[in-house]
Design a protein around this ligand. Structure first.
Ligand SMILES: NC(=O)c1ccc[n+]([C@@H]2O[C@H](COP(=O)([O-])OP(=O)(O)OC[C@H]3O[C@@H](n4cnc5c(N)ncnc54)[C@H](OP(=O)(O)O)[C@@H]3O)[C@@H](O)[C@H]2O)c1
Length: 309
């Protein structure tokens, strides 16, 4: 199942996110995922594993498992490369061993001190706080993103972690509208206003952290997981599905694209098996009521500053 983007291209509604995947397991996970039916992979320079993903993709193409044109590959511009968009994109393409990207996203609406193309460790200032660059506007960054399209390096461009204010501004200054806004959203952080605003303006929402980050975010950020929610557990029993499958199906039914990450082959399969059932309108409303307006991805832990405060 795919969603039509404003760029004219189509994006599979189910993707595999590769953040926090162990480097040594990436090859098997990507090849297994393709066999299971995944056609969409969500990467980023910041995940520091583009090379491993690129090797797996090259093997998949070389062995005839899949053709390049049948996959949708996303990667993201890191914060420290806002002044070096073309070089950063070319660096990601080299690492991924691709000639073009299906989607390139501005990872966060913030520029930080440049520390070399593709160098994604966030520079901190003398107080241990993210070293923010105040000389590059998001408009300047966006126009460089637009250049990538005319250069044929990327098919669609988009934004990530933009709120309504920043998305509205981007719509005002863009010659090419953002095709996608990739944001954290899951049953505990539904963000209906932002989702509906973007959809109204032709921007597809990709839900990052679609399972609320589960145990990974509990370990990294001390957050609670919507996978343990009693209401969602009840619905899982009712539909004879797992809680993860109910959450991912809910994401797809609200017309968002979901990109769960897993390092377990059986969960790759489980997460993909969401196209054989439908959640009723009434149960979609029930899920609406479990919202806690609760962000589980909290990079402030590493950046010494809460950018969302
Ligand atoms: N744009 C951004 O700023 C941004 C931020 C965060 C994430 N992302 C993207 O979104 C993707 C997904 O986000 P995420 O990995 O943070 O969170 P997530 O996909 O919501 O959750 C991942 C966690 O869920 C577990 N899990 C996966 N499937 C499961 C299942 N069926 N049952 C129980 N647990 C399950 C995983 O463990 P196992 O691996 O052990 O299965 C892992 O602990 C990332 O990989 C990345 O591509 C983007």
């Amino acid at each position: 199942m795919e969603i039509a983007l404003s760029s004219g291209y189509k994006m599979p509604v189910m993707g595999l996110g590769v953040w926090r995947m162990e480097e040594k397991s990436i090859r098997d996970l990507i090849l297994n995922a393709i066999q299971i039916g995944y056609r969409h992979f969500d990467c980023a320079a910041d995940y520091k594993n583009e090379e491993e993903v690129g090797e797996a993709l090259a093997e998949a193409f070389h062995t005839g498992l899949i053709k390049r044109e049948d996959l949708f590959i996303t990667t993201k511009l890191w914060n420290s490369d806002h002044g070096h968009v073309v070089e950063a994109c070319k660096d990601s393409l080299k690492n991924l061993k691709l000639e073009y990207l299906d989607l390139y996203l501005v990872h966060f609406p913030i520029a930080t001190k440049h520390t070399g193309v593709g160098a994604t460790d966030s520079a901190l200032d003398e107080h241990g706080v993210l070293d923010i660059d105040t000389t590059i506007s998001l408009e300047t960054t966006w126009h460089s993103m637009e250049d990538l399209v005319s250069m044929g390096l990327v098919r669609s461009i988009g934004i990530s972690n933009y709120d309504i204010f920043l998305t509205r501004d981007c719509l005002a200054y863009s010659k090419i509208k953002p095709a996608v806004n990739q944001i954290e959203t899951h049953p505990y952080f539904q963000r209906d206003s932002l989702v509906k605003f973007c959809q109204k303006h032709g921007i597809c929402i990709t839900a990052h952290t679609p399972l609320g980050g589960a145990t990974a975010n509990t370990e990294w950020f001390g957050t609670v997981s919507c996978l343990d929610d009693p209401v969602l557990k009840g619905l899982a029993e009712k539909y004879k599905k797992t809680v993860a499958q109910v959450i991912l199906r809910w994401g797809i039914q609200r017309k968002t694209v979901v990109i769960p990450k897993t390092s377990m082959t059986e969960r790759l399969r489980e997460n993909f098996q969401v196209f054989d059932f439908e959640i009723s309108e009434e149960d979609m409303d029930t899920i609406k009521r479990v919202d806690r307006k609760y962000r589980t991805n909290q990079p402030a832990k590493f950046w010494g500053i809460d950018l969302y405060a």
